[in-house]
Design a protein around this ligand. Structure first.
Ligand code: UDP
Ligand code: UDP
Length: 460
C-alpha cells in the first residue's frame, strides 16, 4: 500500500492483552501493518505474567525498531484465579493510563486495534477521542460466534435454556461439553469478561480475526450476514497471520535437520497449559510405544516462572528417559520456537492442545494434528480441526485437569493413526493449500486486509 500527501500514513495503536496466545498474534498484526506502510505503536503492560512474554517482547522491539513501544505500568490483581485472566482484568481497569498517550501522540494516532478481552472497558473510553476502534479476535470464528451470541443466551430465562447445548443462530448447536468450562458459571470472572466484551463488539468499527475463509466458511458468513447477531460490525478474516522472522536461534533445529522427512511427532500443549505428572508419564509411554521419533515440550505449570528446574529423570522416571535417549527422541523442558519446528520438513504430526495460534500455524505449514483440547475454547477449535480435515480428535479424552488420565496405549494408537493415515495426510495438504492461497495474491485474507486498510484510510 502506498500512502501519499492526500492519503497520509495512518498511525495505528495495537492493544494486546496478556499471554503468548494474545501477544504473538498482535505482534504479527503489528509487523503486517508496518509492512503495508502504516505507523504502528504497540502497547505493553508491565509487569507481565510470564517470562516468555517479557523475553519475547524485549526481543520483538529490538528486532523491529520501527514499531513504537508504549510501556505502561499496572498494579497486578491478587489471586486466587487464573493469573492470565487476572491480568486481563488489571489491564481492563486501566484505560485512564492509555488515554493521554493516545491523544498526545505524534503523528496522531488514527485508529486502535483492541484485543477482544479488553473491549468492554477500552472501547467506551476511546470513543470520545474520535479515534476509530477495531477489535482483534485472537481465536476461531466459532469462538467469536459464541462470544457474540453469549450475552443473548445469558439474557434468556434459565428455565427456557437447553441444558445440553447452546444454539448459536447460523452456526448450530454447540454441545455443553464443548463450551469453555468457565462459561458454565455465570459469576466466573471469565464469564463476566466474555459477556461484557461480547456486548461491546457492537461499538467497534470492525473485527479482525486470525482465521481464513476456507477453514470456517459457514461461520464467517453467519457472522457477516447478521445471522449470529444483527448489527455486528464487519468481521475481516486475515489469517493465518505471517510468522515473525526467527528472532532467536532455535536449539531443536539441528536435531530436526538430522531426522527423516515427515518422521517426527511434535508434542506441545502451548504456553500456558501445565499437565499432571501422571499424565505426562502416560504420554511418554504412548509416544515411546508409537515407535515414532518425537520432539516433546514438557510443561507442568501454567506460568513458566513457577516451573521447577527438576531433572527429566525425576519427572519421567529413569527408565523412560533412558529409553527415549537410546531411541534418539528429544524432550525439552522450556520454550521452543514452535513455528520454526512446524515448518521443518522432518515434522509429520503435531499432538496439540489446539490453542488457536497453534491451529493456524499447523494449517499454514500443513502439519496433521492430533487434537487434545485442555481448556478454554480448545474443544471448539478441535471441532474445526476435525471438520476441516486438519487432523483427528478423540472426543472422549477429557479436558486437562479433570482427573481422568488417558492411558499410554490409547495415546500410542492415536499417534500411529496421526503419523500413518494417508487420508489425514491428503486432507491436511488440501487445508494447507487453502491457507497459502488465502494469504497469497488475491486471496481471501489478503483482500480482507486491504478492506481493513481502506477503512483506516477513510478515517479522519
Ligand atoms: N509457542 C512457542 N513455543 C512454545 C510454546 C508456545 O513458540 O514453547 C507459541 C505458539 O507457536 C503459539 C503461541 O506460543 O504462537 C501459543 O498460542 P496458542 O494459541 O497455540 O496456545 P496458548 O499458549 O495460548 O494456550
Ligand atoms: N475470549 C473471548 N472473549 C473474551 C476473552 C477471551 O471470546 O472476553 C476468548 C479468547 O479469544 C480465547 C478464549 O476465550 O479464544 C480463551 O481465552 P484464553 O485467553 O484462555 O485463550 P488462550 O490464550 O489460552 O488460547
Amino acid at each position: 500500500m502506498v500512502f501519499s500527501v492526500e492519503q497520509p500514513r495512518p498511525h495505528i495503536a495495537i492493544l494486546p492483552s496478556a499471554g503468548m496466545g494474545h501477544l504473538t498474534p498482535s505482534c504479527r498484526v503489528a509487523t503486517t501493518l508496518a509492512a503495508q506502510g502504516c505507523h504502528v505503536s504497540l502497547i505493553v503492560f508491565h509487569p507481565m505474567v510470564s517470562n516468555a512474554e517479557s523475553n519475547s517482547m524485549a526481543t520483538f522491539f529490538s528486532t523491529f525498531p520501527s514499531i513504537h513501544p508504549i510501556h505502561l505500568n499496572i498494579v497486578p490483581l491478587p489471586g486466587p484465579g487464573d493469573p492470565f485472566f487476572l491480568q486481563f482484568e488489571a489491564i481492563r481497569q486501566s484505560p485512564h493510563l492509555l488515554l493521554p498517550f493516545l491523544t498526545s501522540s505524534s503523528p496522531p494516532i488514527t485508529s486502535i486495534i483492541v484485543d477482544i478481552s479488553l473491549a468492554s472497558t477500552f472501547l467506551p473510553a476511546i470513543s470520545p477521542t474520535g479515534i476509530s476502534a477495531f477489535v482483534f479476535f485472537t481465536a476461531s470464528a466459532s469462538m467469536l460466534a459464541l462470544g457474540a451470541y453469549f450475552p443473548t443466551h445469558i439474557d434468556i430465562d434459565q428455565s427456557q435454556r437447553s441444558k445440553d447445548h447452546v444454539e448459536v443462530p447460523g452456526v448450530g448447536f454447540i454441545p455443553m461439553a464443548s463450551i469453555p468450562p468457565q462459561l458454565h458459571n455465570p459469576s466466573d470472572l471469565f464469564t463476566t469478561q466474555v459477556v461484557t466484551n461480547g456486548r461491546a463488539l457492537m461499538q467497534a468499527n470492525g473485527v479482525l480475526i486470525n482465521t481464513f475463509e476456507a477453514l470456517e466458511p459457514e461461520t464467517l458468513t453467519a457472522l457477516n450476514n447478521g445471522v449470529v447477531l444483527p448489527g455486528l460490525p464487519p468481521v475481516m478474516a486475515v489469517g493465518p497471520l505471517k510468522q515473525l522472522p526467527l528472532m532467536e536461534a532455535s536449539s531443536s533445529l539441528p536435531w530436526l535437520d538430522a531426522q527423516m522427512e515427515g518422521s517426527v511427532v511434535y508434542v506441545s500443549f502451548g504456553s500456558r497449559t501445565g499437565m499432571s505428572v501422571e499424565q505426562i508419564r502416560e504420554l511418554g509411554v504412548g509416544l515411546e510405544r508409537s515407535g515414532a521419533k518425537f520432539l516433546w515440550v514438557i510443561k507442568t505449570k501454567m506460568v513458566d516462572k513457577e516451573e521447577a528446574q527438576v531433572e527429566l529423570e525425576e519427572l519421567l522416571g529413569e527408565e523412560l528417559v533412558k529409553r527415549i535417549k537410546e531411541r534418539g527422541s528429544m524432550v525439552v523442558h522450556g520454550w521452543v520456537e514452535q513455528e520454526e519446528i512446524l515448518k521443518h520438513g522432518a515434522v509429520g504430526g503435531f499432538v496439540s492442545h489446539c490453542g488457536w495460534n497453534s491451529v493456524m500455524e499447523a494449517a499454514l505449514h500443513g502439519v496433521p494434528m492430533l487434537a487434545w483440547p485442555q481448556h478454554g475454547d480448545q474443544r471448539l477449535n478441535a471441532e474445526v480441526v476435525r471438520r476441516s480435515g486438519l487432523g483427528i480428535w478423540v472426543e472422549e479424552w477429557s479436558w486437562g485437569g479433570e482427573g481422568k488420565v488417558v492411558k499410554g496405549e490409547e495415546i500410542e494408537e492415536r499417534v500411529k493413526e496421526l503419523m500413518e493415515s494417508p487420508a489425514v495426510r491428503s486432507s491436511v495438504a488440501r487445508v494447507a493449500a487453502e491457507a497459502v492461497k488465502a494469504v497469497g495474491d488475491g486471496g481471501s485474507s489478503e483482500k480482507s486486509l486491504a478492506e481493513f486498510i481502506a477503512k483506516l484510510e477513510g478515517v479522519k
